[in-house]
Design a protein around this ligand. Structure first.
Ligand SMILES: Nc1nc2c(ncn2[C@@H]2O[C@H](COP(=O)(O)OP(=O)(O)OP(=O)(O)O)[C@@H](O)[C@H]2O)c(=O)[nH]1
Ligand SMILES: [Mg+2]
Length: 473
């Protein structure tokens, strides 16, 4: 399935618009595959007709001229030539930089399709780069993540993955696994002679070492996920506490409806907000109370669901309310259910009572956790709250530059499976099981690790991964 870099397979020619559709100074329409220079030569007239055709040009050269559909001029463009194997896909490639209007770019694409290209599928350029061995699957995914990154941390993590730190680490793991598998399989070949090419103690030692390495990668996902997906943050509390007001204040826009009527928010609202380098995925929820009405009841059920899924819970209470102490049992229950590293208690509406500080301290003393006094409406104390939110995601800063970090669910699951297989292998060794069974478990650990970088290719996985890309990438 994979070809070497020297002799890449040239797929059928495909074309796509590589830049977003809209009005801009420039746009890029690109082609890759067999015969793309010929297709370009048919529609492109150079400003200097004496120059060589595109098919006879060297790679990494730029050519100025006009595109023609028969005698009709389409646009004035720059054509970039990339000769196989020195291109993104390793095939022959052409990039046409044209003017950046939606109709212009469509016309240019149409011209290429009429002259022999097929429209590219989403992610097909990157898929070819992968299939031709130019990048591994991890790096292909990193490109997708980088394009979609909305915070600096997500972006940095993607860049690190693109550089190949994780690929290298997984490559080393595979080599060690291969070594152990090979020795066991040799034993199987000589099974009549009852030889061991490696003592069982040595094998256990090796498996333990592998378990440690896989384990630390699995563990890194706890943070890696926060960097790539953002910190899931649920804003919860009783009706009218000011949850929606706080959401709007953090987002700096009037996103959620705010009213003095308790029970305003029925369904949850999700929005992203970026503080410094970190992205928080905020969810404003329906106020928690005993609801008679069906819709509100369902909203509250969803609130509890969001609390369970959250990395961070902001519990908002109205410190100005006469019965503000009624929130204490709810806070205590939250702290009992979730580690306090996940819960921030926020006393809102400090502008409404004179003794807000005493009240806030009272709540802190009774619940045994820190309480932030704010006014969501007047935007008091919001800076401190944001800082607290950031520091709750402990150690995140140190991780920003970590090169070996698991950030994707797919990689995490494969590593978990590899860890299980290693554990099975170790137990089998300890139980003095047959070599064949041990070898089988080590082989499956090897396959799971291979799935991550794409050494072991699963067509369905590829379709999912590349299907998430834009057309033209
Ligand atoms: N004085 C004052 N009023 C506030 C503050 N925060 C919110 N409010 C008011 O409190 C009322 C309720 O605010 P919301 O943000 O709708 O409260 P909520 O928690 O989303 O309420 P539900 O969606 O019903 O659960 C509105 O009238 C807000 O203007 C604040 O810091 N100070
Ligand atoms: Mg609300």
């Amino acid at each position: 399935m994979t070809a070497s870099l020297q002799q890449p397979l040239q797929g059928e020619p495909i074309a796509a618009i590589a830049t977003p559709i809209g009005v801009g100074a420039l746009a890029i329409v690109r082609m890759t595959g067999d015969g793309v220079f010929g297709i370009a030569d048919r529609v492109f007239r150079k400003a200097q007709p004496a120059e060589a055709s595109l098919a006879d040009s060297s790679g990494y050269t730029a050519h100025f001229g006009r595109l023609y559909d028969g005698e009709r001029m389409v646009d004035e463009v720059i054509v970039l030539v990339f000769c196989s194997p020195d291109s993104f896909t390793t095939e022959d490639m052409v990039e046409i930089t044209c003017h950046g209007g939606p109709e212009v770019t469509r016309q240019v694409l149409r011209l290429l399709l009429d002259n022999g290209c097929r429209m590219a599928e989403p992610g097909e350029f990157t898929r070819r780069a992968f299939l031709n061995g130019r990048i591994d699957l991890l790096q292909a995914e990193a490109i997708g993540e980088m394009i979609h990154a909305r915070s600096e941390s997500a972006y940095r993590t993607a860049v690190n993955q693109m550089k190949g730190g994780l690929s290298e680490k997984l490559g080393m793991l595979r080599e060690q696994l291969l070594h152990s598998c090979a020795l066991l399989e040799l034993e199987l070949d000589f099974s009549e002679e009852d030889v061991e090419f490696q003592s069982r103690e040595e094998l256990t030692g090796q498996i333990e070492k592998l378990q440690e390495e896989v384990g630390s990668l699995v563990e890194s996902y706890r943070h890696g996920r926060l960097l790539s997906e953002g910190v899931a943050t649920a804003i919860v509390g009783k009706p009218n506490a000011g949850k929606s007001t706080l959401l709007n204040t953090l987002l700096e826009e009037e996103r959620a409806i705010v009213s003095h009527m308790p029970g305003t928010t029925r369904d949850y609202i999700e929005e992203c907000f970026i503080h410094e380098k970190t992205m928080f995925r905020l969810t404003d929820t329906a106020g928690l109370r005993h609801a008679e009405e069906e819709i509100e009841h369902e909203g509250i059920r969803r609130s509890y669901e969001k609390i369970a899924e959250a990395d961070l819970i902001l519990y908002i209470l109205d410190i100005g309310a006469p019965y503000y102490e009624e929130d204490i049992p709810a806070v205590q229950q939250l702290l009992e259910t979730y580690p306090d590293s996940r819960v921030i208690v926020v006393a809102n509406k400090i502008d409404t009572v004179k003794d807000s500080e005493e009240r806030t301290e009272r709540i802190a003393a009774m619940t045994g956790c820190g309480v932030f006094g704010i006014s969501a409406k007047r935007q008091d104390g919001i800076g401190e709250l944001k800082t607290a939110m950031n520091s709750m995601v402990e150690g995140l800063d140190k991780l920003h530059d970590a090169s070996v970090l698991v950030t994707s669910m797919r990689h995490y699951e494969a590593l978990r499976n590899a860890a299980d297989a290693l554990q099975n292998a170790r137990e089998l060794v300890e139980a003095q099981a047959e070599t064949e069974l041990i070898a089988f478990e080590l082989r499956s650990a090897l396959d799971y690790v291979g799935e991550i970088t794409g050494k072991v290719v699963n067509e369905e996985v590829l379709n999912v991964i590349f299907g998430q890309f834009c057309i033209g990438k």
